[in-house]
Write a protein that binds this ligand. Structure first.
Ligand code: NIG
Ligand code: FE
Length: 388
């Protein structure tokens, strides 16, 4: 059954062959959805006959957001830690262990209910695809169950046994790396597509991170890296060396790091919610874009460093504080996220692509940055189904 969404004042397609500029912007547009795919897209006046029609009444349209980095399988929250930080304390990787204790103590049902709560929250803000990670279990049993729970709700599941060294291995980090690259990996790899590591002071150094990523790759997982968040370090260079799909955070970069990203297929995924919630230095998106790197924007939604599920919020921060134009930020939050997940079927609206799109109570996508904090998303289709 085909449905036409008509009278869209301005539509971001991210397909330059369909419209104006890099966003492939079409004025007065219509989209025809058939099953879970886009069947037709173009000017409203030329829309073909369909079984149904939905009148967008002059709202703007965008591809559904692709949130390529989140940590949603967890229990508890860290309000006290946030309060302390906003009173002047600094953020460190160690807080992760608080969430590990709460997550281990939770039932499968509690973890799944929590995950669903944040997925619904994200959907209401226009997110139609999300990646999510393990990393708050840190035992073979708890990491594998986190991935099983995540895999029931997304194809984009990431094994992050190497989030921090598990408390039981505080005196034996190499023993923990052996577990993460051995028995834990064997149990987790069947449930995941990606392998990730937090390569940072207080978490894993470059050699440990390389061991984690290469072991994951031998099990068929594709690497992505938490890199250069809290300070300079080897994460970005390692991501490029192993051909990672994405280097995430990229807050503290040398010129060599920027060059390496610009001359590789590794996407630089920026997570402004983390800098916002840790009062840290902003990543310099302008520098990466000017060098020619592909930039994605994502929430990093997690209870410690970035407890937001809102892609529109990240777009607004990236425009206000990271040197991006509104067009660049919207591209990075949609097509950029798809690139970071190596997906060609999402993040753009073109015939054959997945029918994942959102309407905004606004005349153009620019309002996502121009009207920060305002709930502009008024309708969402995911896989062709109206979800909001
Ligand atoms: O991406 N960097 C490591 N992991 C998360 C933080 C997780 C936490 O603090 O619980 C992040 O910011
Ligand atoms: Fe993260």
């Amino acid at each position: 059954m085909s449905t036409a969404i008509i009278n869209i004042s301005s539509l971001v397609t991210n397909d330059p062959s369909l419209g104006h500029g890099p966003l492939g912007l079409i004025r007065d547009a219509a989209v025809v959805v058939d099953g879970d795919r886009i069947a037709w897209i173009g000017e409203n006046s030329k829309a073909p006959a369909t079984d149904n029609a939905v009148d967008a009444e002059g709202r703007a349209g965008i591809p559904g957001f692709v949130d390529s980095h989140s940590h949603l399988v967890f229990a508890g929250d860290r309000t006290a830690e946030f309060n302390a930080r906003m009173s002047g304390q600094s953020y460190s990787a160690g807080g992760i262990r608080t969430t590990v204790a709460a997550t281990r103590a939770a039932t499968d049902e509690e973890l799944e209910a929590n995950l669903l709560r944040y997925l619904r929250e994200a959907l209401r803000q226009g997110t139609t695809t999300f990646e999510t990670k393990s990393g708050y279990g840190l035992t073979t049993h708890d990491e594998a169950r986190a991935l099983r729970i995540a895999a029931a709700h997304t194809d984009e599941v990431t094994y992050l046994g190497a989030h921090v060294v598990a408390p039981e291995f505080a005196d034996d980090p190499e023993g923990y790396v052996a577990l993460v690259t051995g028995e834990m990996l064997d149990a987790c790899a069947p449930h995941a597509r990606w392998v990730d590591v937090f390569c940072e002071k207080g978490a894993f150094d470059g050699d440990q991170a390389r061991a984690v990523l290469t072991a994951g790759m031998r099990h068929g997982l594709v690497p992505r890296v938490h890199a250069n968040q809290l300070g300079h370090g080897p994460g970005v260079q390692l991501a490029v060396e192993v051909g990672a799909a994405s280097a995430d955070h990229c807050t503290h970069l040398t010129d060599a790091d920027v060059d390496a990203l610009a001359n590789s297929d590794t996407v630089a995924t920026l997570l402004p919610g983390a800098e916002f919630s840790t009062r840290a230095q902003w990543p310099n998106a302008r520098r990466l874009l000017d060098a020619g790197a592909t930039v994605a924007l994502s929430t990093d939604c997690n209870p410690g460093s970035s407890f937001t599920s809102s892609m529109p919020f990240c777009v607004a921060l990236a425009v206000r504080d990271m040197g991006m134009t509104p067009d660049e930020a919207v591209w990075s939050a949609t097509a950029g996220g798809a690139a970071a997940l190596r997906r060609a079927d999402i993040g753009r609206l073109t015939p054959g692509a997945r029918a994942d799109l959102a309407l905004l109570d606004a005349p153009s996508h620019v309002h996502l940055a121009y009207r920060p904090g305002v709930p502009l998303v008024s309708a969402v289709w995911r896989r062709g189904l109206r979800e909001l």
